[in-house]
Design a protein around this ligand. Structure first.
Ligand code: FE
Ligand code: FE
Ligand code: ZN
Length: 278
């Protein structure tokens, strides 16, 4: 069995998400910590979290990959938007402590003309002000497609952020297959080579999760349009090699494909069938 699930709606609370995951055959899942467009988060209900923690233990659901809102941009050129992102990250770190030991993934940000160096410095600066050695959440930088002025579409940019964060043991990377393909990493022809490059530049020990998506566009397109597994330019053979790769097969795989529940359940079952892990 591999660990696989999809991104679930969080509006009905934690326990409802875990039950939804079980219904789809998932043993992990992703969720937005608040409205993906940002803004105030719902207060956490202690009873809901307690029931949730008991449920996921009983049902072997683990290594959840929470996702920050898309509006969080720690390296915006506008100070008020940077501040808004800073407050969301700070609040989310506190919320994540209710469910200790899981992951929190975010898009590093878009530098909006400030230049990648300034962007990297601003992202690391925010993380250095918020992360603490006491926290129980690993914060993951997502590999990006390189749309517009996105920071983090190359392994070396992610490494540059990681190098500047003091609490480095609380930081890692989430690899999105659609994004790295769109960024120009050819995981169809050369998965081993891409992972070796990742290992040389970042270190595979810093990789905690995979977003498993096909792509609507060719390698290097910098588009970021996800496709259902096997219906895009990456294809099912390459995605099967991803979930079975010795460097990856132990990681949680999160589907962010354009699907409804029936489609997600089918993709989860399909990838379990195509995985040769015990
Ligand atoms: Fe993402
Ligand atoms: Fe993703
Ligand atoms: Zn994406």
């Amino acid at each position: 069995m591999i660990r696989i699930g999809n991104h679930l709606p969080s509006s009905k609370g934690y326990l409802a998400m875990a039950k939804h995951a079980t219904k789809l055959g998932a043993n992990t899942f992703a969720f937005f910590t608040r409205n993906p467009r940002g803004g105030a988060a719902k207060p956490i209900r202690e009873k809901d979290v307690a029931d949730f923690l008991e449920y996921i233990q009983a049902h072997d659901i683990d290594r959840l990959v929470a996702h920050a809102p898309y509006t969080m941009n720690l390296c915006s050129a506008k100070p008020d938007i940077r501040q808004f992102g800073f407050q969301m990250l700070q609040d989310d770190m506190q919320r994540m402590e209710y469910t200790p030991g899981h992951y929190y993934n975010f898009h590093p940000g878009s530098h909006i003309g400030q230049g990648v160096e300034v962007g990297i410095a601003q992202i690391a600066d925010a993380l250095n002000q918020i992360l603490t050695p006491q926290q129980h959440t690993i914060v993951l930088l997502e590999t990006m497609a390189g749309k517009g002025s996105e920071v983090g579409s190359s392994f070396s940019e992610l490494r540059a952020i990681l190098d500047r964060v003091t609490c480095s043991e609380k930081m890692g990377v989430c690899l999105d297959t659609c994004h790295i393909w769109d960024a120009g990493y050819d995981i169809v022809q050369n998965l081993d080579g891409v992972l070796t490059e990742f290992d040389n530049i970042i270190g595979l020990n810093r990789l905690y999760a995979v977003h498993l998506n096909d792509s609507m566009n060719p390698c290097g397109s910098h588009k970021d349009r996800h496709q259902k597994l096997g219906q895009g330019h990456i294809g099912l053979d390459a995605l099967t090699r991803v979930v079975n790769h010795p460097a990856l097969k132990h990681l949680p795989f999160i589907l962010e494909t354009p699907n409804d529940d029936t489609g997600y359940a089918a993709e989860i079952a399909l990838m379990q069938k195509l995985s040769d892990t015990l």
